[in-house]
Design a protein around this ligand. Structure first.
Ligand code: CA
Ligand code: CA
Length: 396
């Protein structure tokens, strides 16, 4: 039933990553066991195919002060670009230059590139990559399993005064970024911000100080990705599939399967989709705070979400009409979902709930039918299966 061997390859018909040549990662290649950030960097630079076994907890980050250069300070930055005095134009000048230069030093330290034919797998229950942004870039055939990813915080968020109605702080680092890559399987990982959650950040210029980006973002023409049995916890912008409405590199791509994941107190992008045919099934959504929750499925430009047999467990006060958000999409398929509020479980149609209070309505046909799966569980089984078996430490 479950593929529980520690170093496994993706089964046939397990989501879009099994399409065509499938996903075998570093199977048959050199094994590198790593316990430090520098060993991890060396292993990532070795030729593939390769299997990188992560043991224990690796902290890729340094104290923010170690990256500072050019005279950057947050106080000086806030003084320089306060919209009340600077206006609503992009930051420019010595403090922005110093911020960018400091950020470049952090990027060089924590953004670690993953190449083709690579498996990165945690050993046992304690493998952890903290303060690391794994960047699967222009690669094919990559597996990432059984690792807890923690707090890839950005020491130098940038103020964008034109993002949204009143500006936003934006941050650079996902826990895992998949860009321009194919055949990627992320399985049985846990994502957490640990002791540095989004909910604990201060507010500057009236907007939350955003030190995190996505937990697992799939963008820039990536294709054939399966995200299965992961646990996403306590995070704002969780999973972005497609980062731009410009179709030049994404049209016909961004095909992703998202199944048996646990989304626990995550606030938006679960996932947010542009362009891709994305199969979202048997996920367990557990969200309790009506003041913080934004939406689950972001229906973006030319997206084709096929959602089935998910369980939405919502706190009282969360409107089920907010499960979907319209980012410029027109239709999706949704079938077989369940809604649990308090102890009460009822069949749930997120499209009907959305359409009842929003216009224009979403259409109810995504225009395709997923075939790359080995059986979709009844939504009634999702709670027990996913809460027990999702996340790191459950395999091997
Ligand atoms: Ca991102
Ligand atoms: Ca309507």
């Amino acid at each position: 039933m479950l593929a529980l061997a520690l170093v496994a390859t993706l089964l046939s018909a397990d989501g879009w990553a099994s399409h065509g040549t499938g996903t075998t990662g570093g199977a048959g290649g050199t094994v590198h066991t790593v316990a430090t950030r520098d060993q991890l960097v060396t292993a990532l630079q070795a030729p593939g195919p390769k299997i990188i076994k992560v043991t224990g907890s690796i902290d890729g980050n340094l104290p923010c002060s170690a990256y500072v250069t050019g005279g950057y300070s947050l106080d000086a930055y806030l003084t320089a670009y306060d919209p009340a005095t600077w206006g609503r134009v992009d930051p420019a000048g010595p403090q922005e230059d110093a911020r960018a230069a400091s950020a470049a030093r952090q990027t060089a330290r924590i953004k670690l590139k993953v190449g083709s034919n690579t498996t990165i797998v945690g050993v046992g229950k304690t493998a952890r990559l903290k303060g690391v942004n794994l960047h699967v870039d222009k690669a094919d055939n990559v597996i990432i399993r059984n690792i807890t990813f923690e707090d890839a915080h950005d020491c130098f968020p940038q103020w964008d005064p034109l993002d949204g109605a009143t500006g936003n702080w934006n941050s650079l680092y996902d826990n895992i970024s998949v860009t321009g890559s194919t055949h990627v399987w992320a399985d049985h990982n846990t994502f957490t911000d640990g002791g540095n959650p989004d909910s604990a950040q201060p507010v500057y210029f009236g907007r939350p100080w955003q030190v995190h980006d996505g937990q697992l973002d799939i963008t820039n023409g990536s294709d054939y990705v399966t995200a299965s049995w992961n646990r996403f916890t306590g995070h704002d912008k969780t999973m972005l599939i497609g980062s731009t409405n410009n179709p030049s590199q994404d049209l016909g791509k961004l095909r992703v399967t998202v199944h048996h994941n646990h989304f626990e107190n995550t606030l938006q992008r679960l996932p947010r989709v542009r362009f891709g045919q994305v199969h979202v099934y048997n996920n367990y959504y557990e969200v309790y705070d009506p003041a913080a929750f934004v939406y689950a499925l972001g229906v973006g430009v030319q997206s084709q979400i096929y959602s089935e047999n998910n369980l939405y467990r919502l706190g009282r006060g969360i409107d089920p009409a907010k499960i979907l958000y319209n980012w410029g999409g027109t239709a999706l398929t949704a079938r077989g979902d369940l809604l649990r509020v308090g102890g009460k479980v009822t069949p749930f149609d997120p499209i009907a709930a959305y359409n009842a209070v929003n216009d224009p309505d979403f259409g109810t046909d995504a225009g395709w039918t997923p075939t790359l799966h080995s059986g979709v569980d009844p939504a009634a089984d999702v709670h027990e299966k996913v809460s027990r078996h999702a996340g790191a430490g459950e395999i091997g």
